[in-house]
Write a protein that binds this ligand. Structure first.
Ligand SMILES: [Zn+2]
Length: 352
């Protein structure tokens, strides 16, 4: 049923809009404009509060006219950490400081034994979202390579081995999410933009292991990160042309992944790189998440028009560059409206 609805929406609505991931949480649930923000509620109140926030986030997306909706990641403290918290073999008391994506230091938990999933992590949340809407829904999971980069490994002593273990665990979770009615499962792999040799040696292969046997659509999100200072400082060192995508694209084009979600607006990614993934569906980031300036509909339309030179219209999904969790709520809502309005302009151009 859900798959049928999605196909219907996507067949009838060209340029279906979505967000790359997280949306801001309400101030009564977590400290605003903060990553890894601690919860303000506890126990049953927290459980109920997360559900209420999920419904509000969904409503924001619906009022903005977003076509493929998500939970806005309202039930998670962080897109990687919250998943890892539910696994065996990781000790959150033993912390080490590591450099995440070779960029910023963070205190992370330690892998102390074989990793496995105790039980499903997000499936109940996904079922709850499914009950709230008949629109197609997208669910984000961390990718294997990004997961290993957010941990200190004192057991496998091999990034590749640990990534393969996570790929198996993610596959179990993804299959349950599909059964819960999720239409698109997205894996967040910002690490693909940093570790080019590993991406080609085993990163994409691990991602394909994570999607093995799935019938729903699958996506990989590769970006330049949230709009936090460590990332914006890093971006300043990347020069005038950001060609990082070039390393992973040829292999991704040949992979079984259906959709590739990218950062485009206000970044220095040359749009012609999209030619390297011709044939794939592309979620084109037309909203800058590292700025509080609200895009105009015309700016969004302009980004989409540029992408259309390299992406067939039936394969272009207007989206945001990354998650919007660290933004003020009203800014994020206004950016969602801009995304819809910009997509509507180009949709009219394509159909008249
Ligand atoms: Zn991102």
């Amino acid at each position: 049923m859900a798959l049928f609805i999605m196909k219907k929406v996507i067949n009838q609505t060209i340029l279906p809009t979505s967000t790359a991931g997280s949306l801001p949480k309400p101030a009564w649930l977590a400290e605003p404009e903060t990553l890894w923000s601690p919860w303000k509620l506890q126990g049953d109140e927290l459980i109920e509060g997360k559900k209420d926030a999920l419904r509000l986030s969904l409503q924001d997306q619906q009022q903005a006219g977003i076509d493929i909706v998500s939970d806005g990641e309202q039930t998670r403290q962080h897109f990687v950490t919250t998943f890892i918290e539910h696994l065996n073999g990781v000790d959150f008391e033993q912390r080490k400081t590591v450099k995440i994506r070779d960029r910023y230091e963070a205190s992370v938990p330690t892998v102390v034994g074989p990793v496995s999933r105790q039980k499903s992590v997000f499936v109940e949340d996904a079922k709850f979202l499914r009950q709230q809407t008949q629109q197609p829904i997208k669910w984000a999971l961390p990718g294997p390579m990004t997961m290993i980069d957010t941990l200190y490994d004192n057991h496998y002593k091999s990034r590749e081995k640990l990534a393969w273990e996570f790929a198996k665990i993610l596959n179990q979770e993804a299959k349950e999410l599909e059964a819960a009615g999720v239409d698109i499962i997205q894996f967040d792999e910002p690490a693909f933009n940093v570790f080019f040799d590993e991406v080609n040696e085993w990163g994409i292969a691990c991602l394909e292991r994570a999607i093995e046997g799935l019938n729903c659509e699958t996506a990989v999100h590769i970006c330049y990160g949230y709009g936090i200072k460590a990332n914006t400082d890093w971006k300043k060192t990347l020069g005038s042309q950001w060609r990082q995508y070039e390393a992973a694209f040829p292999k991704l084009q040949k992979s079984n992944i259906d959709i590739i979600s990218l950062e485009c607006h206000n970044s220095h990614v040359p749009m012609e790189l999209l030619e390297l993934i011709r044939g794939k569906k592309v979620m084109v980031g037309a909203i800058d998440v590292a700025s509080n300036t609200i895009e105009t509909a015309e700016e969004v339309a302009d980004t989409l028009r540029k992408a259309l030179k390299f992406v067939d219209a039936d394969k272009l999904y207007p989206s945001t560059n990354c998650g919007m969790a660290p933004l003020p709520r009203q800014i994020a809502s206004a950016k969602l409206n801009a995304l819809s309005a910009g997509a509507a302009i180009v949709r009219r151009e394509l159909t008249t």
